[in-house]
Ligand binder design. Structure first.
Ligand code: NAP
Length: 488
């Protein structure tokens, strides 16, 4: 199955932080793949911008190397790469000074979409917004893209929103949560709202509980200093897991348009109940016993022997509305776990009565939405175990792994960043977080963090390559439930 590519309008895209890690690993390789796919018009102009004084030729070489390293293109076609780099420029610019802004203005064209990607520290967002405005680089049709973290609490998020709102309308601001750009996340909406089968069952009456797991095998790596000030709650739950929870729990929007979808997500966030301290488990990973020098324990990795920041969190929460009252949502995320896996599981209730008798066995239907790796959707259904020997029930998956069901082209061969950048150029904000959503998410998160900070809570140690601290399993067992296994 070959996916249909609809080219976007001509655009000028400025990447502030164009020499940084994100630009080199994700943004520019992603743009190149869209270029190869024929989605970028030939005359699309990409401009890298950062303080470092380098020539345009040196910048093109840097990005050529980055694309070859991170592009994920099987056999990079030299002609395509050269054509892409032809339309790549560089400006040395200081977000906090006046250097470079005139040069940037001179490079930009009229009558094309102008987009500005703020791939820099959030402390520069306000400076960039102000200078873009002061130098007359934007009009009502210009867009800005901002990266996470969008604040570290409600107050800082409000400040960032205020700094951007001083110069841009909300309709011009694209706050990236790359989880929303994943194919399966959008498929989650297609499954929910494109089929009659699931929606009638999508409530407390039929759903026992919902699990959302985002497990990573990597540790903090080179991000130790940042991570230790953040932790799993700020780094993952407040944004990525919250967004997934919203898409699962929201009411059907009237239309698939940005504000209709985001209005419904906002209602979910505002209906989230505060989390009781005993419904939270925090953990810190230990050293890899096979290679403690290369993969030390969390505190060594962040160079803070007394750190109380969590590299793992599991929690139970509830949504106080008619649809979900009494259905627990269990969220779990952590680093250096046994497998890399992001999965949402909707665990349905038992049948009210087993006509086959308890000895036949009972299995609950589970709808698993797998975000990575091996994106796909599986529905566990109960059937008879084949063969003689009476009626014994087994659980088999109706499997819709996209690569199997749709062929290689159907699998998610479009990275989340590529998809989201093309959405920016198209002017479609559906998969981006609105300012009030982000603030509502922090308003729910802040008291939870304050709770453990005030009580001086210390995260529990857990083994590298495990499923997290034992207390996480106990959190479920107390409720007579089990986490789904974390499998690669
Ligand atoms: P990075 O590698 O440290 O790059 C920062 C970029 O900003 C560099 O190009 C730097 O170049 C430029 N810069 C710094 N100060 C500047 C100034 N005053 N004026 C103009 N440019 C300036 O950071 P990164 O990892 O790419 O991350 C960028 C943003 O994305 C951050 O907000 C980060 O939290 C977020 N993010 C990153 C990732 C990731 O995987 N890397 C993932 C999610 C979110 P010069 O020093 O030459 O100016």
């Amino acid at each position: 199955m070959v996916s249909r590519v609809i080219p976007v309008d001509p655009f000028d895209l400025v990447i502030f932080g164009g020499t940084g890690d994100l630009a080199r690993r994700k943004i520019l390789p992603g743009l190149f793949r869209r270029f190869c796919a024929g989605q970028m018009p030939d005359n699309a102009h990409v401009i890298g911008a950062a303080r470092t004084e380098i020539s345009e030729a040196a910048y093109r070489d840097m990005i050529r190397d980055a694309i070859l390293e991170f592009g994920g293109v099987e056999k990079t076609d030299e002609a395509q790469l050269s054509a892409f780099l032809q339309n790549l420029s560089y400006v040395a610019i200081d977000a906090r000074g006046e250097t470079g802004w005139r040069d940037l203005k001179a490079l930009m064209r009229r009558k094309v979409v102008r987009a500005f990607y703020f791939s820099v520290a959030p402390s520069l967002f306000g400076d960039l917004a102000e200078r873009l405005n002061n130098h007359g680089l934007t009009d009502h049709n210009s867009r800005i893209v901002v990266e996470k973290p969008f604040g570290r609490d409600l107050e800082t998020a409000q400040k960032l929103n205020g700094d951007l709102a001083a110069f841009f309308e909300e309709s011009q601001i694209y706050r990236i949560d790359h989880y929303l750009g994943k194919e399966t996340v959008q498929n989650l909406m297609a499954v929910r709202f494109g089929n009659m089968l699931f929606e009638p069952l999508w409530n407390s009456q039929f759903v026992d509980h919902i699990q959302i797991t985002v497990a990573e095998t990597v540790g903090v790596g080179g991000r130790g200093e940042y991570y230790d000030k953040s932790g799993a709650m700020r780094d993952m739950v407040q944004n990525h897991l919250m967004q997934l929870l919203c898409l699962i729990a929201m009411e059907p929007p009237a239309r698939f348009d940005p504000d209709a979808v985001r209005d419904e997500k906002l209602k979910v966030i505002r209906a989230l109940e505060p989390v009781e301290p005993h419904h939270i488990v925090r953990g810190q990973y230990g050293a890899d016993v096979d290679d403690p020098d290369e993969h030390p324990d969390y505190r060594t990795a962040v160079d803070n022997p007394k750190s109380k920041t969590e590299s793992f969190i599991a929690m139970k929460t509830h949504i106080a509305n008619w649809r979900w009252a009494a259905t627990p949502f269990y969220l779990r995320t952590g680093k250096r776990l046994c497998a890399r896996s992001s999965e949402i599981s909707i665990v349905f209730k038992d049948t009210p009565h087993s006509i086959f008798g308890e000895e036949a066995g009972r299995h609950r239907n589970v709808l698993s939405i797998r975000l990575q790796p091996n994106e796909g959707i599986k529905l566990g259904v109960t059937i008879k175990e084949p063969g003689p020997g009476g009626m014994r029930l087994i659980d088999v998956p109706l499997d819709m792994t996209f690569a199997d069901a749709l062929g290689p082209e159907g699998a998610d061969n479009v990275d989340a960043y590529e998809r989201l950048i093309m959405d920016v150029i198209r002017g479609n904000q559906t998969l981006f977080m609105r300012g009030d959503e982000v603030e509502a998410a922090w308003a729910w998160t802040d008291p939870i963090i304050e709770g453990w900070t005030n009580s001086n809570d210390v995260p529990k140690p857990y083994d590298s390559h495990s499923a997290g601290p034992d207390a996480s399993a106990q959190l479920m067992r107390r409720d007579g439930r089990e986490w789904r296994e974390v499998t690669p």
